[in-house]
Design a protein around this ligand. Structure first.
Ligand SMILES: [Zn+2]
Length: 434
């Protein structure tokens, strides 16, 4: 199948030009930028039903084209569990306990349905790569322990070629007894993509980090670690993660999420941590929606926001993505798997709203997370699988102000999803005095 898109705005290349993008057999074959709108194609329609009538040259008349999104930190197993797993205090601790209890009566079907709902919503908003963390509690019934991983692996297969899903089970809190180790070894024989965990919550956090590295190195797996999701500046598993990364030659294979305590540290401590992270070639992901919700719950008066030092990390040359984390569960009661919405929240949380900042925000949900998780084979570069979306906005300012949901997602040589929302303002309303 061949298709040429005329007159797309591609702000991550140059916000002032229009681009024609030619696709052949699902791959980008040419890209051409120009200053003025060109004529020659059929008007593009975001309505799925109109697709059949369209020719192979479609004129998108200046709407924005972005590479597909990579959401590199989600919890698909927990998503949409809020109706049966509440969180009255709004703390991380209650969220963990509430979901842990509720998960014991979840069925395969229930979990799979919730996971699918989240993946389909993410896809409709433009996401084609997901790294999902999955709970792996070894002290529960065996069926409960393995349910999340089994369902995530099935889901990965069902969605292959539409959404790439990487499955990263979270190893349990350290220390481990014999049963823990038996189940962990069993897990590591499954076809998982890497491992994670939240060692800062362990009884022995630093040894918990070392244990994670032992398993990862033994099985040659990448690591993605929930790191110091705490308001306490003394929480510093990040330093052990740095040491272990260098010791095992794991540079470039370790991604760290949250880094909330880094936000609470004084400047000298923070500079030291950031310098060491750079030495160990760590990559990072901030999860601002969940952390704005969960952190600072013990504070009165001035409430800490819990979001890490995004701009300082980026200025030090550390790749930082932003991602969804939790969707409609006790850890974060909102969300729709829309990384554009998360980028906007990141703009608020990390004070990023300038002309260059918003382009950085777009990079933090597209090519940068794709590079962090090794998904650089698709996007909008010549020779790559064409993987992109059109969003009905005509400038970056409008994109971030409106977060339009009218989007068309392309990949695997076809339109995978089209979502169209009609907006009309009545004349009476617009003419009414305020
Ligand atoms: Zn998480």
């Amino acid at each position: 199948m061949e298709m040429t898109i005329l007159n797309a705005r591609v702000p991550i290349w140059n916000a002032d030009l229009y681009y024609n993008v030619a696709i052949q057999d699902g791959k980008i074959v040419s890209v051409d930028g120009h200053e003025h709108l060109q004529s020659g194609g059929e008007p593009f329609s975001f309505a799925a039903a109109d697709e059949e009538r369209k020719g192979t040259v479609v004129d998108v008349e200046g709407v924005i084209l972005l590479p597909s999104f990579s959401d590199i930190h989600m919890h698909l197993d927990k998503s949409h569990s809020l109706p049966f797993a509440g969180n009255i205090s709004g703390t991380l601790q209650e969220a963990i306990e509430s979901y842990g209890r509720a998960s014991q009566s979840v069925t395969d079907e229930n979990m799979k349905e919730r996971m699918k709902k989240t993946v389909l919503s993410a896809l409709a908003h433009g996401t084609r790569s997901i790294r999902t963390h999955i709970d792996f509690h070894t002290r529960l019934e065996e069926d409960v322990t393995f349910r999340g991983v089994r369902m995530a692996l099935e889901l990965r297969k069902e969605f292959q070629s539409v959404v790439d899903i990487q499955v990263f089970p979270m190893l349990p809190y350290y220390p481990y007894d014999a049963q823990d180790r038996t189940r962990i070894e069993q897990l590591l024989t499954m076809d998982i993509d890497g491992i994670g965990g939240a060692p800062h919550i362990s009884a022995d956090p630093h040894e918990g980090v070392r244990e994670l590295f032992r398993y990862a190195v033994k099985h040659n797996l990448a690591l993605d670690i929930h790191t110091d999701e705490s308001d306490d500046p003394q929480t510093n598993t990040i330093l052990t993660i740095v040491d272990e990364t260098i010791k095992h030659g794991y540079e470039g294979r370790v991604n760290v999420g949250h880094l909330c305590s880094l936000a609470a540290m004084n400047q000298k401590q923070a500079d030291d941590v950031i310098g060491k992270m750079k030495q160990a070639s760590l990559t990072a992901v901030t999860l601002p929606a969940a952390n704005l919700y969960l952190q600072g719950r013990g504070d009165k008066g001035t409430v800490r926001r819990g979001v890490t030092r995004v701009k300082e990390l980026r200025a030090a040359g550390i790749p930082v993505a932003t991602a969804s984390d939790n969707v409609c569960d006790p850890f974060h009661p909102f969300g729709r798997g829309d990384l554009l919405q998360i980028a906007q929240i990141t703009g608020y949380a990390a004070h990023m709203g300038g002309t260059e900042d918003v382009i950085d925000l777009l990079r933090m949900i597209t090519d940068e997370p794709a590079a962090i998780i090794g998904q650089t084979n698709k996007g909008i570069q010549i020779g790559q699988e064409a993987s992109f979306m059109l969003i009905k906005a005509y400038s970056v300012a409008e994109l971030f102000a409106q977060l339009p949901q009218t989007r068309a997602v392309y990949g695997n040589g076809q339109w995978l999803s089209k979502m169209h929302t009609a907006v009309s303002f009545s004349q009476t309303a617009s003419e009414s005095p305020v």
